[in-house]
Design a protein around this ligand. Structure first.
Ligand SMILES: Nc1nc2c(c(=O)[nH]1)N[C@H]1C(S)=C(S)[C@@H](COP(=O)(O)OP(=O)(O)OC[C@H]3O[C@@H](n4cnc5c(=O)[nH]c(N)nc54)[C@H](O)[C@@H]3O)O[C@H]1N2
Ligand SMILES: Nc1nc2c(c(=O)[nH]1)N[C@H]1C(S)=C(S)[C@@H](COP(=O)(O)OP(=O)(O)OC[C@H]3O[C@@H](n4cnc5c(=O)[nH]c(N)nc54)[C@H](O)[C@@H]3O)O[C@H]1N2
Ligand code: SF4
Ligand SMILES: [Mo]
Length: 695
């Protein structure tokens, strides 16, 4: 008999509701859940990947251990014991910092991992904690923490009410939104234009989102901070500041005016390649449109001035009067609200990385430092690495360097569902149950969503008998470790389920909902639109916005002193059927033409004497790849595009589908020396490269 199961897709940030038709343990159909209170029936092709991951014969389900270079099964208990013994041994020999942790992107998409992984890693008391966040969104958190008092107080575009939506460095039509949980983005964008509003995209590529927008503006990669400072300057100069509702609790407005007084439109135009009149119009439009939002994402975050960009974007939204108004940008109020309860504290520069002395932020060091911290001998050198839900050999800048550095480790453990380019270096891999075998609640993305909603999804299918959930693995390993160290196991040795943890989190909340209420609503519960909440919602003690934080203002010097070098600027690109590096083992998502191509503008192609289908060598300071070319007017002259997440099949791994079309890794070209020195974020969005035609 066919049955229906409703759940939230956990593959990206959009939180789409799925309706899964199944007969016993066979999936018949996956479609959008039209009754989902938030996503209204939208899904993307990746949702079908849930079925493929479930059925993938290459997916690991029980632990494996490398013995003399060959993989062998090992029991959970023996694996825990070996890992615990190694942690204790290295701790005694070299101290807690000799054990490093890398947490990848799916950590935050899995309820069990989110609830138990970070807690386990924190208990190791190592300063060497790294994550995909510093290849991604750390600058957003930095600006939010500095300006609004909490790293997760990220202003969210009120997309369903705005009249002007400016997108810089984001391609939500493909990514389905990021740092802005927004299912059904296509229709939501269309509605803006339909109600007489306007969508503008600022991007070095004429993207899928740009194609649906009212205006697209090419920008030279890495120069956005020049554009934003010039826009701010213009708003001040033309007396367009209009923020009465925020003035009573905003500090530093006149300091901001002074700080940007030396910037001008002419310089910005020369740096960005954007016409002066276009810059003026952009600034005037955002200041004069009643409900407007300037939104920036990956492209403005993963560059040398990611922190500055996010600060300047927030400042533009504030002075133009668009923060904390309907149709502008608002803060969320999730059901499980870890922001509201948090106490302000220092989160920056409490320690530094050992080799390059980069400051810690939110308890983490920049992942661009990981390889050198493994390679460089001396006190505090990393001897052991634990990766969870991450594939840094393909995802971090200068991935090849890490690939080699991992060989030097004394020991490595990976919590991962695949034997891949990173986990092949591990001594033990512990694979959790995943996707439709697990229950789900979005703890993080509800804090970034364009509407307040809540939804709990139970597991669809039971995990294989001898498999384990991520929350079991982290808690049981924690207990084994405590016992081996002669300590009391945490929680008296009890293993809490996510459901028990959610029940505890929901004991008190502003919506008066219990876990039972969530369980009863399989299409989710709508908690209403985002609403103005300032100043109460601010995270700092004085409840005041800091529009001109010292750390950020001082960083303007670095922008002014920056200089240009020769060569093409390499940027990235996402495809609707890719998900970073890890869903290439799905036949369904992989079929079709090769997507791992180098995109180049016709004028540049002509100059280089290359055409579509040719192979070229692309070379950067750190490496070289050879890749097929596609010539397209979508790319700005001087800019090259290579998607990330490819480069499969390096070594003894098991990805039967992915290896058929391995592609090359863009991160064999990106440079670990390029970093936003303020926030520690990797700057891979504009790496200098040269190309040469191959015979
Ligand atoms: N050049 C370039 N580099 C980039 C980017 C870019 O745009 N360009 N994007 C950056 C961004 S935004 C990000 S977020 C990072 C991502 O970087 P990472 O998080 O390091 O890489 P992913 O490709 O997401 O790899 C996810 C890993 O998690 C495993 N996995 C999947 N599901 C589960 C699960 O349920 N449990 C466990 N334990 N493991 C699981 C997969 O097998 C895979 O090994 O890459 C960054 N790197
Ligand atoms: N299909 C699919 N969806 C995904 C993912 C995926 O891999 N595939 N990954 C998920 C993850 S982990 C994340 S973080 C999000 C990312 O979500 P987005 O940020 O929306 O995704 P990107 O496609 O990386 O968009 C970055 C854009 O910035 C542009 N850009 C590059 N350099 C610059 C610059 O200097 N200035 C400006 N203005 N623009 C620039 C690029 O051309 C690109 O269009 O997507 C998520 N969703
Ligand atoms: S957009 Fe994201 S959440 Fe929605 S179906 Fe696709 S992968 Fe899943
Ligand atoms: Mo990401």
């Amino acid at each position: 008999m066919q049955q229906f199961h409703y759940r939230t897709c956990n593959l990206c940030e959009a939180m789409c509701g799925l309706k899964i038709t199944h007969e016993n343990q066979e999936i018949i159909k996956i479609e959008g859940d039209k009754e989902d209170t938030f996503s209204r029936g939208h899904i993307c092709p990746k949702a079908y990947g849930l079925k493929e991951i479930y059925q993938d014969p290459d997916r690991l389900k029980t632990p494996i251990k490398k013995v003399n270079g060959a993989w062998q099964p090992i029991s959970w208990e023996l694996a825990y014991k070996e890992i615990a013994a190694k942690i204790i041994e290295l701790n005694i020999k070299h101290g807690p910092d000799s054990i490093a942790v890398y947490q990848g992107n799916p950590s935050i998409h899995n309820l069990g991992t989110t609830l138990t992984g970070p807690r386990f890693f924190k208990a190791l008391k190592t300063k060497n904690i790294y994550s995909a966040s510093s290849s991604d969104q750390v600058p957003h958190h930095f600006a939010s923490w500095q300006m609004f008092g909490h790293p997760m107080l990220v202003p969210i575009t009120d997309i369903d009410n705005t009249e002007l939506f400016i997108i810089a460095g984001g391609n939500p039509l493909v990514s389905n939104g990021s740092m802005m949980t927004v299912p059904d983005i296509g229709n939501r964008l269309k509605s803006i234009s339909k109600r007489g509003g306007k969508v503008i995209v600022i991007d070095p590529r004429y993207t899928e989102t740009a194609a649906k927008a009212d205006q697209h503006i090419f920008i030279k990669p890495g120069t956005d901070a020049w554009l934003f400072t010039a826009m701010l300057k213009y708003i001040f100069d033309e007396n367009l500041v209009n923020m009465e509702h925020l003035e009573d609790f905003t500090d530093g407005l006149s300091e901001l005016k002074t700080a940007i007084s030396d910037f001008d439109i002419a310089t910005a135009s020369q740096k960005t390649g954007i016409d002066q009149n276009v810059i003026k119009t952009l600034a005037a439009e955002i200041a004069k449109t009643k409900k407007a939002a300037l939104y920036g994402r990956m492209g403005i975050s993963t560059q040398a001035f990611g922190g500055l960009n996010n600060w300047l974007i927030n400042a533009i939204n504030i002075v133009s009067g668009n923060l904390d108004i309907e149709g502008g940008l608002l803060f969320t109020k999730p059901l499980i609200d870890f922001i509201g309860k948090a106490k302000p504290k220092n989160r920056y520069n409490r320690w530094q990385s050992r080799v390059r002395k980069f400051p810690e932020f939110l308890g983490e060091l920049p992942v661009a430092c990981l390889s050198e911290e493994i390679e460089t001998e001396g006190k505090g050198q990393i001897k052991m690495l634990m990766t969870s839900c991450g594939n840094p050999v393909l995802s971090i800048t200068n991935g090849n360097r890490l690939d080699k550095a991992l060989e030097k480790l004394d020991y490595m453990v990976s919590f991962d569902i695949y034997l891949n380019e990173t986990t092949k270096h591990a001594d033990i891999i512990l694979p959790p149950a995943t996707g439709i075998e697990t229950s789900h609640y979005d703890l993080s993305f509800n804090a970034l969503a364009v509407r307040n909603t809540a939804k709990y999804s139970p597991a669809l299918f039971p995990k294989q008998d001898d498999a384990k959930y991520d929350w079991e693995i982290f808690q049981e390993l924690g207990h084994t470790l405590a016992k081996a160290a002669g300590m009391e196991p945490p929680n008296n040795g009890k293993v809490y389920t996510p459901e028990e943890m959610l029940t505890i989190s929901l004991k008190q909340n502003d919506y008066d909902l219990s876990f039972k209420d969530l369980e009863q609503q399989n299409h989710g519960i709508d908690l209403g639109p985002l609403k103005p909440q300032l100043p109460e919602r601010l995270g700092n003690e004085d409840k005041r916005i800091k529009i001109c934080p010292e750390l950020l203002v001082n960083d303007l010097k670095r922008l002014i002193q920056s200089s240009e070098k020769e060569g093409y600027l390499l940027i990235g690109k996402r495809h609707l059927r890719d998900n970073n590096s890890w869903m290439h083992n799905s036949e369904l998502l992989q079929k079709g033409k090769n997507r791992c191509l180098l995109l180049i503008n016709p004028a540049d192609a002509k100059k280089e004497g290359i055409k579509t289908g040719d192979k070229v060598a692309v070379k950067s300071r750190v490496g070289e790849v050879s890749i097929e070319v596609k010539v397209t007017t979508d790319i700005m002259p001087g800019v090259l595009v290579i998607p990330h997440g490819y480069g499969h099949g390096k070594g003894n791994i098991k990805l039967s589908v992915a290896e058929k079309n391995p592609g090359v890794s863009a991160n064999d070209l990106t440079d670990d020396m390029l970093i936003d020195e303020l926030t520690g974020n990797a700057a891979f969005s504009n790496v200098r490269v040269q190309i040469s035609a191959l015979a």
